[in-house]
Design a protein around this ligand. Structure first.
Ligand code: ARG
Length: 252
């Protein structure tokens, strides 16, 4: 028993102290391993066996810029940054908002888009922060939506779901009064549900970035320069307009 405990502790130590692949090692291998969730439309979605979405296309554009092939890994959202710390892939692109807490655990790239957390509810339901008093809200677990909804004064029951699409389904099924999630996802939901739900207020703004293992500065530098190129050569604008009909880059 004691031995097992020791072994697990040693493994954890190994996993966290082992080095992430440096830029030189990645370049030499010719393939970059990228992780995402694959359940967060329109950013990253697994459609059958094919990963698509704004972030998937953007990451593939960056890899092309860097002269690398891509190997995708999908993981539940809540596991993504843990796997990064265990060196299971080189970087994560999964709509992570830059927060002080996450920045303690991983290093963030420059933001690849700017967005916010918004409320969606059925007609007559809560559409502002004040309206959320005493109301139940569905959010995806481990997200900035959860963190921010909890701060709304007087908010009722906050229900968490493993996937954002499950949280949306709870709203549609009438199991909660509101959903809080990404504002672009919210707009898509309103459109898809044709008037059955309405877009409400923005609760907070956030800058979304890719994450590398803490200290992997060589990879971070290359990712940032590939992102710069994409932002400046029209590639980013093209991918963004395909998914959003507008350019979602951060303006400040
Ligand atoms: N932007 C939110 C956050 O930073 C939600 C991200 C959810 N991403 C996903 N792939 N489900 O937590």
């Amino acid at each position: 028993m004691k031995k097992t405990v020791l072994t697990i502790a040693a493994l954890t130590l190994l996993a966290t102290t082992a080095q992430a692949r440096t830029w030189d090692e990645i370049k030499q291998s010719g393939t970059i391993k990228i992780a995402t969730e694959g359940a967060f439309p329109p950013f990253n979605i697994l459609e059958g066996k094919k990963l698509t979405g704004f972030e998937v296309e953007l990451a593939e554009n960056l890899a092309k810029e860097l002269g690398l092939k891509v190997q995708w890994v999908t993981q539940p959202f809540d596991n993504l940054l843990i796997g990064l710390q265990q060196n299971r892939y080189d970087f994560v692109i999964a709509s992570h908002g830059i927060t002080p807490q996450r920045a303690k655990a991983v290093d963030f790239s420059n933001p690849h888009y700017c967005t916010g957390g918004a409320i969606v509810a059925k007609p007559g339901g809560p559409l502002t922060a004040a309206d959320l008093a005493g109301k139940s809200v569905a959010v995806q677990v481990g997200t900035t939506y959860l963190e921010n909804v909890r701060k709304v004064s007087g908010v009722g029951d906050v229900k968490t779901f493993p996937k954002d699409t499950d949280a949306q389904a709870a709203l549609m099924a009438g199991r909660v009064d509101a959903w809080v999630g990404d504002k672009f996802t919210g707009l898509d939901l309103v459109k898809a549900q044709k008037g059955k739900v309405k877009a409400g207020a923005l609760l907070f703004n956030e800058r979304i970035a890719m994450a590398v293992k803490k200290g992997n500065s060589s990879l971070l530098k290359e990712l940032n320069s590939a992102l710069d190129k994409s932002l400046n050569n029209g590639s980013y604008a093209k991918i963004s307009s395909k998914y959003f009909g507008e350019d979602v880059r951060c303006r400040n």
